[in-house]
Ligand binder design. Structure first.
Ligand code: URA
Length: 233
């Protein structure tokens, strides 16, 4: 058991003065009952604590799945553009959150946000070979020969030779590509090197975690226990 104000300060959502304020303003419910004393004793493992009706997460780290919409950048702050952090609903915001890996501004789909730097670093490390699956559409038809060539590795304009990957064609102008590396604009540059052009790109899976089809663009949810385990192993 610990003091309510102490519990709040460990969850990194509110500043000290905000914590006192929200408690005094009767905005905090513990197990459905309004609590107005900052020294009220709570057990964050069993008690349900809500602020303005929203359940507060007291876990050490947050793991969030976001369905990134078009036009939003995958960085923590940007002077001109809207970022993935800007579009997070207030109740998900926490100090130290960042997107794991980068999607282009016009790429949509799965972005994981966390404040667990160690696990994020592991998942992004080239040594881990975490699989990233993207649904793509192209301007021109893709031949079976091009699929074989891309799967074997492609020489990009900057001299980089891409790692082998897998492509499953869904039509002559769409499919799924699975990469185990994440170079800047990689998929666009791969298809560009083959004289084609990506017209739509959506990340559908990362490290065995699949984009939840119930999430609309711009919506998010916490990772489930199983997804969290896939991310933190
Ligand atoms: N490859 C790209 O070209 N863009 C992305 O956003 C991700 C992979």
């Amino acid at each position: 058991m610990e003091r309510l104000d102490k519990a709040f300060s460990s969850c990194k959502i509110y500043s000290r003065s905000e914590i006192t304020k929200i408690i005094r303003q009767k905005r905090v419910l513990v197990n459905g009952v309004i609590v107005t004393k900052p020294d009220f004793k709570v057990d964050t493992k069993v008690d349900e604590i809500r602020v303005d009706g929203e359940v507060v997460s007291f876990k050490k780290f947050s793991y969030i799945m976001l369905n990134k919409p078009n036009g939003v950048v995958s960085s923590t702050d940007d002077k001109r553009e809207k970022t993935v952090l800007d579009i997070l609903p207030f109740e998900y915001k926490r100090e130290g959150l960042f997107p794991v890996g980068r999607l282009d501004k016009d790429t949509v789909g799965l972005v994981i946000l966390t404040d667990d730097g160690v696990s994020a670093h592991k998942r992004l490390s080239p040594k881990t070979h975490a699989e990233k699956v993207y649904y793509f559409e192209t301007a021109d038809a893709i031949t079976p020969q091009t699929v074989i060539e891309i799967e074997g590795g492609v020489l990009l304009k900057d001299g980089y030779f891409t790692k082998p990957c897998k492509i499953k064609l869904l039509s002559s102008v769409s499919g799924e590509i699975t990469l185990t590396e994440g170079k800047y604009h990689e998929i666009k540059r791969i298809f560009g090197a083959k004289g084609n052009r990506i017209t739509f790109l959506e990340r559908v899976a990362f490290a065995g975690i699949f984009l939840d089809k119930n999430l609309k663009r711009g919506e998010c949810r916490y990772l489930t226990q199983e997804e969290e385990e896939l991310f933190t192993i």
